[in-house]
Design a protein around this ligand. Structure first.
Ligand SMILES: [Zn+2]
Length: 222
């Protein structure tokens, strides 16, 4: 059985090891990034973008890397939104991480930000674009970033606990049972559901990249 303790994950980074469970389903490789299916999807359409280099979070990307990332991020958002009808994203900027190598999480979800941060609007503030995370990280050394549709925010990092956004979005998606990926990893029935979602995502990705102009219903049926 895989050792999923924090100590083991810090010593053997699953995002650096190309044979790890985290990198089983690669959708796309670019010069500096991997686009992969989350091995423990919160819902169908759950994708991660991971830099090949061991960087802690987007805030740590050098400007050239950030430029490549932003293009990939926008294209992946467009894929999720056109296939599944909505898109949300988050990254634990160190705060709340359970894998300590940058990975933005992207999946279909629409709803008000208060559904994710019910602590109130003093606990989150809008940011203009994802590139702003570099300056925020330089200033604060941490962040809790999330987006819903075209709106982006950072939340008060003092409310962050390990797995913070997975728990919040899992609840908002009505799929709380998948929130804790380590518990999901040990639950064969949930992993079976997850594998079926991953299979459908891979097929949707291939169909979309063959013809991005197909109506989305046709894509989901394929
Ligand atoms: Zn790593």
């Amino acid at each position: 059985m895989t050792d999923l303790s924090e100590k083991s994950i810090r010593a053997n980074c699953p995002h650096c090891n190309h044979h790890s469970f985290a990198l089983n389903h690669v959708l796309k490789t670019t010069e500096n990034f991997l686009v992969v299916c989350d091995g423990h999807p919160l819902t169908q359409g759950h994708i991660l973008i991971i830099p090949k280099a061991h960087l802690s979070c987007i805030g740590e990307y050098a400007p050239n890397l950030l430029g490549e990332f932003v293009g990939l991020y926008q294209r992946t958002k467009r894929f999720i939104e056109s296939v599944y009808g909505s898109v949300s994203t988050f990254e634990h900027g160190i705060v709340g991480q359970t894998v300590f190598h940058s990975h933005i999480q992207m999946f279909p979800y629409a709803g008000p930000p208060e559904a994710i941060i019910p602590e109130g609007d003093r606990c989150f503030e809008p940011i203009p674009d994802i590139s702003a995370l570099r300056g925020i990280y330089k200033r604060d050394g941490r962040y809790l970033f999330f987006s819903i549709g075209r709106a982006l925010w950072i939340a008060d990092p003092s409310i962050g606990v390990p797995g913070f956004f997975r728990e919040r979005f899992g609840k908002a998606l009505g799929n709380e049972v998948r929130s804790d990926w380590k518990r999901m990893h040990d639950n064969e029935a949930l992993m079976e559901e997850g594998r079926a979602d991953i299979g459908r995502l891979v097929r949707a990705w291939q169909a979309y990249h063959r013809n991005p102009h197909l109506p989305q219903e046709d894509r989901l049926r394929s």
